[in-house]
Design a protein around this ligand. Structure first.
Ligand code: ADP
Ligand code: TRP
Length: 362
């Protein structure tokens, strides 16, 4: 049974003509499916949604999430999402550019959904969904790909980095920015909270919107990235950017022992009093002023400082880990179904307009 809020949200997403009519005419007509109480709450919700800016982001289900993903992408989203009309995706088709094991992909998708809820996103207040369940994403990506050139896509840092790391240069990896542009543009997104490494992808999305608008008339909003300056990049245990693909991560929902194992492996040198890489991760968790006194009290004692970091990470993640562990597969399926149905409501109406504009609707 859906709550009244999620029911109203899904009607709002379809821009229910009955509700529009009610507002326009102050008519007493209500949707036959709504009770009077639900109708008034629904109208208020629908009205406020109409006037909220849209926030959207997504994570790839390509491996175990790490504290860099949390601090760089999830935490900023959680802090913001209730002030916006928010969308949170698991971008499973993007993950197909690198993941070839269906069982692993299935597990990773469930993992990302559980993570969204565990870090504090309420699936009634935000639309949590899977990219693959809203087919308009791949459809729009194709149309956008037809508007950009190969040399333009060749400029992608992410593509060049992945090739440099020895990943297969499949065409999906090459076209990745246009699928991401479609993810964003379909929902008339205003803001996209991401880490610094995604800045260029947002430039690609704006460029794709502008190219479409120039060719076919104003259709897409140009989205803006939202990058938190203080923790733009969380370093990994080797001091480079923490990343699944560098094998230098501290797991987000690992056990305390797993967190400790990763933290103890942080590379330190013996040249100074302050272990730079430990400090750089730590400062993403606690104000520097607090850390100064801790690091002064344990000057040169790298093990004690690493232990303090383990405690801080564990204190942060253990309540979230409990929620994560309490969620079962049935919960995940329900969240995905509700969210994907709602997202499809927006995406399908946008694509109707796009299809008409490009000339495939006859
Ligand atoms: P990874 O590099 O581990 O594969 P992704 O590229 O899937 O991570 O990134 C998912 C989201 O998390 C993006 O918004 C990205 O900017 C953010 N993110 C990833 N790694 C970090 C990091 N080390 N510091 C801050 N944000 C990060
Ligand atoms: N490229 C993003 C990453 O690797 C994932 C992504 C795909 C995304 N589509 C998106 C992020 C749309 C924000 C909005 O992290």
């Amino acid at each position: 049974m859906q709550s009244w809020k999620s029911q109203c949200l899904s009607w709002a997403s379809e821009s229910s003509p009955c509700l529009e009519f009610k507002i326009a005419r102050k008519s007493t007509t209500i949707h036959p499916k709504l009770s009077l109480k639900m109708a008034s709450k629904g109208v208020i919700l629908w009205y406020s949604l109409r006037h909220m800016k849209r926030l959207l982001t997504g994570l790839q289900p390509s491996g175990a999430l790490h504290i860099g993903n949390y601090l760089g992408a999830l935490k900023p989203f959680v802090n913001l999402y209730q002030d916006y009309e928010s969308f949170l995706m698991v971008v499973d088709y993007h993950a197909l550019t690198t993941v070839r094991d269906p069982e692993l992909l299935r597990r990773n998708i469930a993992d990302v959904i559980k993570t969204y809820v565990a870090v504090g996103v309420d699936p009634v207040k935000a639309t949590i969904f899977a990219q693959s369940q809203v087919q308009e994403h791949t459809e729009l990506a194709w149309i956008l790909e037809c508007l950009v050139t190969v040399p333009f896509l060749e400029l992608s840092h992410a593509y060049k980095d992945k090739i440099a790391k020895g990943l297969e240069a499949n065409a999906g990896l090459f076209n990745y920015p246009m699928l991401m542009a479609a993810d964003i543009l379909l929902y008339d997104t205003d803001f996209v909270p991401v880490g610094e490494d995604q800045r260029q992808h947002l430039e690609y999305a704006r460029e794709a919107a502008a190219k479409f608008n120039n060719a076919y008339g104003q259709t897409f909003k140009e989205p803006k990235e939202m990058i938190q300056k203080e923790i733009a990049v969380v370093p990994g245990v080797d001091g480079k950017k923490m990343s699944k693909s560098y094998g230098n991560t501290i797991p987000l929902f690992g056990s305390k022992d797993e967190i400790a194992k990763a933290v103890m492996s942080i590379v330190t040198d013996s040249s100074g009093e302050k272990p730079v890489h430990v400090w750089n991760i730590h400062k993403a968790l606690r104000p520097e002023a607090e850390l100064e006194s801790l690091y002064a009290a344990h000057a040169g004692k790298y093990k004690a400082l690493k232990e303090a970091l383990v405690e801080d990470i564990d204190a942060l993640v253990s309540p979230m880990r409990e929620t994560y562990n309490a969620l079962g597969d049935a919960d995940v399926r329900q969240i995905l179904k509700d969210g994907s149905d709602r997202a499809r409501g927006y995406a399908s109406s946008k694509m109707r307009d796009v299809r008409k504009k490009v000339g495939v609707t006859i």
